[in-house]
Design a protein around this ligand. Structure first.
Ligand code: HEC
Ligand code: HEC
Length: 289
């Protein structure tokens, strides 16, 4: 068979075109794949890791969050504890709650307290161990609010969360009123106490320059603080220190309108120790609160 020169040339042209076509196809595929890979790397790795680093989220968590494997944004730090974002406390001072706190079912409350609370807070609300706060003489409103907050997670504490899990609102109100009715225990003379004038001034008058209000304006016996303000007089020193530190660090965040967090973070460590000593040792200096 004889090929004309023209048809040979034509055949050469076609295979050249095909070769060129193929190389373009390869190149465009490579381009598309590269764009996809670069976009995925940017979206799922580079950006989450960079944003995560400035928000204090580690690289692995940031990538998991970007991929949707874990809840949360890579660019936002999640709360340290199990507590939720504000507004945290779900307590509402309804007429029912207030009526219940004034007229508790004492027999039921005594039973509940003996079975669920006495081992740590004492049968009469006087705790046998420094790590547990006293309940005796605490305000019923304060106890009720804390129980409620432990239950819905606004205040994070594993021990108390498991204790209150099975209690309903009525039971919590009954126990709160029950414990509040006991008189405070005798003060242990080894309790740290202070009458340092600087601390007494902070308690009674506050420090205007530092934006610190007088503690006594809310925590005093007949002060006009919020209804849930706890009484601090004669409370365990260790407990008061721990709570002020927890407020300062934002680990405890169930205080409405940040009242205590804003105050505690302005206090020095020494002031926290001394304020706790002031309140824990109130009876030792015959102060009235
Ligand atoms: C196993 C020990 C344990 C038992 C049982 C227990 N508590 Fe507590 N409770 C604690 C500890 C520990 C804390 C301090 C939590 C913290 O540091 O945040 C606490 C804190 C509290 C507070 C907060 C006090 C405050 O002034 O803010 C209240 C109120 C309370 N408990 C009531 C109760 C009641 C009522 C019961 C029974 C239904 C109970 N607790 C059973 C260990 C216990
Ligand atoms: C504006 C009112 C207000 C002022 C001022 C105030 N507190 Fe409080 N404080 C509260 C309230 C309300 C709570 C209860 C927070 C909650 O809902 O859990 C609280 C809780 C506390 C607790 C935790 C007690 C417990 O039983 O868990 C401590 C400790 C405390 N305050 C110390 C202080 C000290 C010390 C000062 C002064 C430097 C101060 N507070 C000033 C309103 C106030």
């Amino acid at each position: 068979m004889r090929w004309s020169t023209a048809s040979i040339e034509e055949a050469d042209m076609t295979s050249e075109n095909e070769a060129e076509d193929r190389s373009w196809r390869v190149r465009s595929s490579i381009a598309v794949i590269t764009i996809v890979v670069v976009a995925a790397l940017l979206g799922f790795v580079v950006l989450p890791v960079v944003q995560g680093r400035s928000a204090g989220v580690d690289a692995f968590t940031a990538i998991c969050r970007a991929l949707g494997l874990e809840a949360g944004s890579p660019a936002v730090r999640q709360p340290l504890s199990a507590t939720r974002a504000e507004p945290v406390s779900k307590v509402a001072w309804t007429g029912d709650v207030i009526a219940r706190l004034h007229d508790p079912n004492e027999a039921k409350a005594a039973d509940l307290a003996a079975n669920n609370c006495a081992s740590c807070h004492g049968a009469d609300g006087v705790s046998p161990d420094p790590q547990f706060p006293h309940m005796a003489g605490q305000s019923a409103f304060a106890i009720y609010k804390q129980l409620h907050d432990f239950k819905n997670g606004a205040r994070g504490n594993e021990i108390m969360a498991s204790v209150v899990e099975a209690l309903d609102d009525q039971q919590m109100a009954d126990i709160a009123a029950y414990y509040a009715a006991f008189t405070k225990g005798a003060l242990d003379p080894t309790t740290p106490a202070t009458d340092d004038p600087a601390i007494v001034r902070l308690v009674e008058r506050g420090i205007t320059d530092r934006g610190l209000p007088a503690c006594a304006s809310c925590h005093g016996a007949h002060a006009g603080g919020p209804v849930e303000t706890p009484t601090l007089a004669g409370q365990r020193h260790e407990y008061l220190v721990a709570q002020l530190r927890a407020f300062a660090k934002g680990e405890r965040r169930n205080d409405i309108y940040h009242r205590m967090r804003d105050i505690a973070k302005k206090l020095t460590d020494t002031e926290i120790e001394e304020l706790a000593a002031y309140y824990a040792g109130i009876g030792l200096y015959q102060r009235k609160q």
